[in-house]
Ligand binder design. Structure first.
Ligand code: S3P
Length: 447
């Protein structure tokens, strides 16, 4: 499981070439199981991410009586039970490392006639759930959390959910989705207004299941009491997983890679916009729409990066990509400034502090701030990352980011706690090595 202490011994490398597909989108994989379970009829999914996070969602619905076949090579088949067909799981639902599972499920489970307890691993147990508990309580739901709004969460069992309009205090797709999913069970219109655009996979996928969701400017709304009709879902590759290779190619002289069939939803393309603003050589081709989501092949060739002040309007569109963008900034010429990104402090780890600690240990000039980071990069021709031992704090994206740094390292980077990489990117190190990385995976428990 994700808490084991897999180590990556990431040695310097100097080549990166290939045409390949990274695993399926995590956000869409979660949602395909949730909506497929609540639909009428059999939903089929291809491209499903067989990572621990999405599997936590899948296992939760199995525990609530949904018949799910697979995953088998990314294929899953879900016999939907309808919006009112879930059964009490009879035990706590373990969400592992997955904030998306806990926050979205809290919205779906709050209206159920049975109560459910949601638990998680050490990282998830520290993350804020008040952001979903508060709006759910406003909708009339019974919600209990541990001190300071942390997990475990117990929801549902008594409640008559009321429709409401909610203005989100932070830009969070998880909170938006939680409220909209609870709104499926309310009488009347539930709407959510967001302070900045966040990923809209829930809205798009609900429409794919035949459920009307209206988006007007910064507000998404739906009427409760409808039904979901089973469909087929083709999950594209996760742009957040592709991001590691987009940065890897941008910092490795001579690199030329093509990432196939990547989701390029406009609410997710901050990584492309930011890297291009830093002078990256990125070309999109074969743009098409697959099941209501835009998809493209992405070619990235090496070109020296330049430091920038990252526009704050790009922050929610690249929210999961900052750990690896910090690695890009360390290699870029000049200063990169990130601000307006305080949300990074409440991800799978405090991504500002944990990345700053690791970068400084590698010899990078990085200064964490309350809501971002200032990094003075080295520019071309220098291998800035020195030997260091990195602690991931159970955060998959920290582990993968320092693995990318090894492409511009002059000595080995030891990355502890890489078990969590399997939450979103099974087979990461093997894929890296097939493209030119030099990562030795060590499992101390296997010795
Ligand atoms: C997600 C939304 C984002 C993102 C997370 C997945 C989703 O979180 O960081 O990895 O699937 O809705 P927030 O909505 O909390 O920013």
């Amino acid at each position: 499981m994700s808490e084991n202490n897999i180590q990556f011994l990431a040695k310097p490398a100097d080549r990166l070439n290939g045409e390949f597909r990274v695993p399926g989108d995590k956000s869409m994989s979660h949602r395909s199981i949730m909506l497929g379970s609540l639909a009428e009829g059999t939903t089929t999914v291809e491209g499903f991410l067989e990572g621990e996070d999405a599997l936590a969602t899948l296992n939760a619905f199995r525990a609530m009586g949904v018949n799910i076949t697979g995953p088998d090579n990314g294929k899953v088949s879900i016999e939907g039970v309808g919006l009112h067909g879930l059964q009490s799981p009879g035990k706590a639902l373990d969400m592992g490392n997955s904030g998306t599972s806990m926050r979205l499920l809290s919205g779906l489970l709050a209206p159920q006639p049975f109560s459910s307890t949601l638990i998680g691993d050490a990282s998830l147990s520290k993350r804020p759930m008040g952001r979903v508990a508060n709006p759910l309580r406003e909708m009339g739901a019974t919600v209990e959390t541990a001190a300071e709004g942390r997990p475990p969460m117990t929801v549902g069992g008594s409640s008559d959910i009321k429709a409401m309009h909610y203005t989100m205090p932070m830009a969070s797709a998880q909170v938006k989705s939680c409220v909209l999913l609870a709104g499926l069970y309310a009488d009347g219109e539930t709407s959510v207004t967001e302070p900045a655009p966040t990923r809209d996979h829930t809205e798009r996928m609900l429409r794919g299941f035949g459920y009307e969701v209206v988006t007007e400017g910064d507000t998404a709304k739906l009427q409760g009491g409808g039904k979901l009709t089973a469909c087929h879902i083709d999950v594209p590759s996760d742009i957040s997983s592709a991001a590691f290779f987009m940065v890897a190619a941008s910092i490795t002289p001579g690199a030329d890679i093509t990432l196939k069939h990547v989701g390029i939803n406009p609410t997710r393309i901050g990584i492309i916009n930011i890297l291009q603003a830093m002078n990256a050589d990125i070309t999109l081709s074969n743009q098409r729409e697959v099941g209501g989501e835009p998809v493209a092949d992405i070619r990235v060739c090496y070109r020296g990066l330049k430091g920038i002040h990252i526009p704050e309007d790009q922050v929610p569109l690249a929210i999961d990509e900052f750990p690896v963008l910090f690695v890009a900034a360390a290699c870029a010429e000049g200063q990169t400034i990130l601000s307006g990104a305080e949300e990074l402090r409440v991800k799978e780890s405090d991504r500002i502090q944990v990345m700053a600690d690791g970068l400084i240990d590698c010899g990078i000039d990085a200064t964490p701030t309350a809501d971002g980071m200032v990094i003075n990069g080295v520019g071309e021709g220098v291998r800035p990352f020195k030997a260091a031992t990195i602690a991931t704090h159970g955060d998959h994206r920290i582990g993968m980011s320092f693995a990318v740094a090894s492409l511009r390292a002059c000595e080995m980077i030891t990355i502890n706690g890489c078990g969590a990489v399997a939450t979103s990117f099974p087979g990461f190190a093997e894929l890296c090595n097939s493209l030119g990385f030099n990562i030795e995976v060590v499992d101390p428990d296997a010795k």
